[in-house]
Design a binder for this molecule. Structure first.
Ligand code: UT7
Length: 332
């Protein structure tokens, strides 16, 4: 019997309506449009507004769109994996909440937290359930409401992040399409450079942690940038080499959208012309777990069956990795 691959067979995405522009940020902190665009490539990002609205609000919209496009019922989904760093609450898992809101009552589910690499870590995890024959329909959601952990007085961090969600469906394929290979890495010593100091079991919320603003993202940008540029480019080059891919036969790079300069360095290392690189950082910023599926959602119509697609990400942890997919369908 031919090997079962996990193929992406549908994509959905959602970004909230509210647009936070660089211009609006200049009214909140000491920054300017020119600095933000030159240093990051970002012009604007989306923000989820409204009381008591968490990541699941956006995930639900992306999932509903996906199910409608694929023409299947919520009841057909067997497993939901939600990659997120900003779950609706610490527990239960946001995957549970999404299942409930969408009516995926036959599915089990769980969350994966690998910061900005969460989507590719989850893609590899999800693919196992298809490759082993355990499940036929696995839904993977990448979502973050980064605005919920952003200190809009911290100009070095808050300017890069935004809110958004993307979702992909994985189904079995026996013709060689789907997830072919992945390389995933972690280095926990990097946690000191990018983390949320309080709110976990080591440092639960107190008046003091709130007053000290320890529930926001803490990032030493320069250090993270240095590691991201090197590791994301290295791992993308490594997966190409290991699969005998060259710049000529790679059709698309789908990079994590943290900083346009990191994306450029990765493309350069792979020798790829920029027209093969999916970039939407200018309008969505860094949506953490949302970046990769939001790219696939936006570029879906341009992807062709058989295209060689390389995903690459780097994030807090540190975590990083790259996944090689042979794209499984043409969009009609
Ligand atoms: O997504 C997961 C992982 N995260 C990343 O990959 C992010 C990686 N890091 C970065 O993308 C960049 O480090 C940032 C965009 C966050 C910051 O850019 P940078 O070029 O590393 O700036 P910097 O922090 O080294 O600051 C350079 C200068 C400083 O001024 P002085 O000390 O040279 O006078 C900052 O105070 O720019 C200043 N600065 C700003 N100026 C205007 C920092 N942020 C801003 C700002 N507006 N928003």
């Amino acid at each position: 019997m031919s090997k079962i691959h996990a193929a992406i067979t549908a994509v959905g995405g959602y970004v909230p309506e509210y647009i936070l522009t660089n211009e609006e940020l200049t009214r909140m902190m000491d920054t300017n449009d020119e600095w933000i665009q030159t240093r990051t490539g970002i012009k604007e990002r989306r923000i989820l507004k409204g009381l008591d609205k968490g990541s699941s609000e956006m995930a639900v919209e992306a999932v509903k769109l996906l199910l409608e496009k694929r023409g299947i019922s919520p009841l057909d989904i067997e497993l939901v994996i939600c990659a997120t760093t900003t779950p609706d609450m610490i527990f239960p898992a946001t995957a549970n909440i999404i299942c409930d809101k969408v009516g995926m009552t036959n599915a089990w589910g769980f969350d994966i937290n690998a910061a900005c690499s969460g989507f590719i870590f989850s893609l590899t995890t999800a693919a196992q359930f298809i490759e082993t024959g355990r499940h036929k329909k696995v839904l993977l959601v990448g979502v973050d409401k980064m605005s919920s952990i952003m200190n809009y007085e911290d100009r070095a961090v808050s300017i890069i992040f935004g809110d958004g969600a993307g979702a992909v469906l994985l189904e079995p394929d026996t013709e060689g399409y789907g997830v072919v290979d992945s390389i995933l890495r972690t280095d926990g010593s990097g946690r000191v450079f990018l983390h949320q100091k309080a709110g976990g079991s080591a440092r639960p919320a107190t008046m003091e942690t709130v007053m000290n603003k320890e529930h926001y993202v803490y990032q030493e940008g320069k250090h993270v940038f240095k590691f991201a540029v090197k590791n994301m480019a290295d791992v993308a080059a490594e997966i190409m080499e290991r699969n005998n891919l060259t710049a000529d036969n790679v059709n698309w790079l789908v990079p994590h959208q943290a900083n346009k300069r990191i994306i450029d360095a990765t493309a350069e290392r792979m020798n790829l012309p920029m027209e093969k690189v999916m970039i939407n950082i200018q309008k969505f910023g860094n949506t953490t777990n949302g970046t990769l599926p939001l790219c696939l959602w936006e570029w879906e119509n341009q992807l062709k069956k058989g295209d060689n697609v390389i995903l690459a990400a780097f994030g807090g942890g540190f975590t990083w990795g790259s996944t090689y997919i042979r794209w499984a369908y043409d969009t009609k």
